[in-house]
Design a protein around this ligand. Structure first.
Ligand code: ADP
Length: 293
């Protein structure tokens, strides 16, 4: 790390990602580690969004957490490490975008308003292309996203992780270091089937010593498109109960709202595009505890 860099004065300089025991590393590895460390030092808060299973609205929640923080005046990055099913580019209408390289070999993230976005989806030749990668390749891609993307100074990096407790969340924790992550937001739906998986996600966090910032219960009731009244259609309260049982915070219950699906299908961030709806207000409440981190 160049002397006089921001890392010299950073209070996390000895604990941020890339540090540790490095006795046998080559000069090239040392440079890569210091580059990662200096990137991570410029990002104040790093939050992973996880879910026990797919289709519960994890990416939707990740997009709306990131956008809500941006609307609250924070400098935000959104990193999609859902390598086999990257949906962030579609949800934000960025499918046609390609990140550009910089002169020093970094990659410029896609700028969306005041938010910086990076996804494996930007590097696929077409939407239908499948990514067939094993663990080490995923680890390399995630390392590059953290080390080589020009994130700059951020207040928050929101990391959208694929469902489950596989390679990707583990790589994120190993590369950044659990002490340098603020924690995980776990998204679930109200039903009992989903709650079994969310317990596994919480257990994963406990094993890797990643704090659980809280549980979001998505698709919790149905918000009437006319009057906004929320009608419970599935057994609701499952997410809240798990949060209580497992002694982690409950961050909020987001109803099924056709406008949420409409926004993501048309490439708009829901909390920004439908800012005046009751559901958008619920989503923005979820990030309130983070705004004062
Ligand atoms: P996951 O990341 O868990 O696989 P997604 O965020 O991709 O799930 O959401 C799956 C689908 O459900 C998307 O079409 C999304 O627009 C829709 N969706 C998510 N949350 C809601 C909600 N609260 N109301 C209506 N549709 C939703």
């Amino acid at each position: 790390m160049a002397s006089g860099s921001k890392c010299d004065t950073c209070d996390k300089k000895n604990s941020c990602g890339g540090s540790g025991h490095h006795e046998n590393e080559s000069e090239q590895e040392r440079q890569a580690r210091l580059r990662l460390q200096s990137r991570l030092c410029r990002i104040k808060h790093k939050i992973v969004v996880m879910s026990g299973k797919g289709g519960v609205g994890k990416s939707t929640v990740a997009v709306n957490i990131a956008t809500s923080l941006m609307l609250a005046g924070k400098r935000v990055g959104l990193m999609d490490v859902d390598i086999h099913g990257p949906s962030i580019p579609t949800m934000l209408g960025l499918e046609e975008q390609s990140p550009l390289p910089t002169e020093d070999g970094s990659i410029l993230p896609i700028q969306m308003g005041d938010m910086k976005v990076m996804s494996v989806g930007f590097f696929l030749r077409n939407q239908d292309e499948a990514v067939i990668w094993r663990g080490p390749m995923k680890n390399t891609a995630i390392t590059q996203f953290l080390r080589d993307v020009e994130w700059g100074d951020l207040d928050f990096l929101i990391i959208d992780s694929p469902p489950g407790t596989g390679d990707e969340p583990l790589s994120v924790v190993q590369i950044i270091g659990s002490k340098n992550l603020d924690g995980a937001v776990i998204v679930t739906t109200p039903q009992r089937v989903a709650s079994v998986d969310v317990r596994k996600s919480i257990s994963f966090c406990n094993i890797v010593e990643l704090p659980v910032l809280g549980v979001v219960e998505n698709m919790s009731g149905f918000a009437c498109p006319g009057c906004g009244t929320v009608t419970p259609i599935l057994r609701s309260g499952g997410g809240k109960k798990i949060a209580q049982d497992m002694k982690v915070p409950f961050l909020g219950a987001v109803p099924i709202d056709p406008k949420v699906a409409e926004a993501s299908d048309s490439g708009q961030a829901f909390v920004q595009h439908f800012a005046d709806t009751a559901t958008a207000k619920i989503m923005r409440e979820i990030v309130k505890p983070f705004e004062t981190m």
